[in-house]
Ligand binder design. Structure first.
Ligand code: DLL
Length: 438
């Protein structure tokens, strides 16, 4: 147990001894595999094809013998094919639209809803929120897991919940000021929009009691964090999760802001080489694969998230013993190849925001030129710079092109655009416009 003082809101499991945790994980894994094998046709047939039974899982290492699952499995069995309990036991459905075709549907029974509230509660406690906080939930409420997930967690913490959902930003800011909101949960891109809307209405968020932001559901960089923290006078923390596994609540940063602690007693992480499926040791970069250890209505075994990161197993200064994942820099399907070079949107974001004078509003446009994929980055710059001398603009343009080149290795087209030209987001931002000829 850590020497840190545990207050009522922190779970002892955040500080559990690794040997005990591994034992707990194995017992839970065995139970989950048996449950999925007995109740879900797809898991059973895949295990049978490999001549495996639940009894073959004798250690955590045996997990790597089990087959992967992926988003396509949820699509192929749409809507209810992966449910592992009778419909009468299911108390909630959520869905995620994804990029193409039909949504994927996820289910919770009463126990799962309790687990979800508990993990999000632990997440919020991890960033210093307590029952004395007023937490505004500005993730969308609805089929998206963000709103209700944060809501139940904040309520379990005993905080005062302000369920504003996304949208109606001017009103959000008014309520934030009038109620004295101290914690906010929303996407980082939406919060950037709130800062801007507040200023347009004469409100500086730095003057309000707001002190903590819990931002996730989309990739964002440390440069974006700096813009948020200085623009609003708060601490901005990264929260990670996905519908297929539970929603928000899978992992969160702690006050050290150096990796996200995975709630390993509920979600077992592996990192694999996305091309070969080989399991990689802690510290190596690859695709995150998650196995639920306590979900009943829809257990997921070795779910390929497509999110790219690495596991950090070194001890964290906060005292939590749960391993961390590095910030999710990108999804494997977000990558594009320009002139033979692999480019991730997050690389462009950090380069753009490292240059003074840019606003945190940008868009990446992909297009086809002479039969080749090409890229243009549009970035807003401040009003004062925009109306400045041509020479100043040229200097900024130069700086931006060089900043991007130093990160991705090639020179690409950068366009400086006036403030308010790029569409604002109230949920997950759409950073990439793909106009390529297919
Ligand atoms: O976005 C759940 C969530 C809600 C997480 C609120 C955090 C806060 P989905 O809509 O199913 O679920 O999208 C999941 O979003 O696989 C990642 O690619 C991405 N994502 C989620 N959190 C982060 C993050 C919710 N902190 C997909 N950093 C995931 C980077 C994230 N990407």
């Amino acid at each position: 147990m850590s020497s840190l003082q545990l207050n009522d809101d922190l779970s002892a499991l955040d500080y559990v001894r690794p040997e005990y945790l591994r034992e707990l994980q194995l017992a839970r894994l065995q139970k989950t595999v048996r449950h999925a094998y007995e109740r879900v046709g797809l898991f059973r047939s895949r295990m049978e094809a490999l001549k495996l039974t639940p009894e073959d899982i004798r250690s955590l290492d045996d997990l790597s013998r089990l087959p992967f699952s992926a988003k396509v499995d949820l699509r192929d069995t749409y809507p209810f094919g992966l449910f592992a309990c009778p419909k009468s036991e299911i108390v909630r459905l959520h869905a995620s639209s994804g990029t193409t075709g039909k949504p994927i549907v996820v289910a919770y029974n009463e126990h799962d809803i309790q687990v979800w509230a508990e993990v999000v509660k632990r997440n919020l406690a991890s960033v210093g929120l307590t029952r004395n906080d007023l937490i505004q939930v500005s993730y969308g409420y609805g089929l998206f897991t963000g709103g209700l997930g944060a809501h139940y967690g904040a309520e379990a913490l005993g905080a005062t919940v302000i369920p504003t959902s996304g949208g109606n930003t001017k009103r959000q800011v008014m309520l934030m000021r009038d109620f004295g909101t101290t914690g906010i949960c929303c996407t980082p891109s939406y919060f950037i929009f709130m800062i801007e809307q507040a200023l347009a209405n004469g409100i500086d968020l730095r003057d309000l009691p707001l002190r903590v932001g819990v931002f996730g559901a989309e990739p964002w960089t440390n440069e974006m964090r700096q813009r948020i923290e200085s623009g609003a006078g708060i601490k901005a923390y990264d929260i990670y999760g996905l519908s297929e596994i539970i929603g928000p609540g899978v992992a969160i940063e702690c006050p050290c802001q150096n990796g996200l602690h995975i709630l390993e007693d509920h979600f077992y992480p592996e990192i694999i080489n996305p091309e070969t499926g080989e399991v990689l040791p802690d510290g190596e970069f690859g695709e995150l694969v998650l196995t639920t250890l306590t979900k009943e209505a829809m257990p997921m075994i070795r779910y390929r998230t497509r999110d790219l990161t690495r596991i950090i197993s070194e001890p964290c200064a906060c005292g939590r013993t749960l391993r961390r994942i590095a910030r999710i820099s990108s999804r494997s399907d977000d990558m594009f190849i320009i002139r033979g070079v692999n480019v991730f949107p997050s690389q462009i974001e950090s380069a753009l925001l490292s240059v003074k004078g840019t606003l945190p509003h940008y868009q990446i446009v992909l297009y086809t030129e002479k039969g080749m994929d090409n890229i243009e980055v549009d970035v807003e710059i401040s009003e004062s710079l925009f109306s400045d001398q041509v020479r100043e603009l040229e200097t900024l343009h130069q700086q931006l092109s060089s900043a991007i080149e130093s990160v991705i290795g090639i020179r690409i087209k950068v366009k400086l655009v006036a403030p308010n030209t790029i569409q604002r987001s109230e949920g997950k931002a759409k950073r990439v416009l793909d106009h390529r000829e297919k």
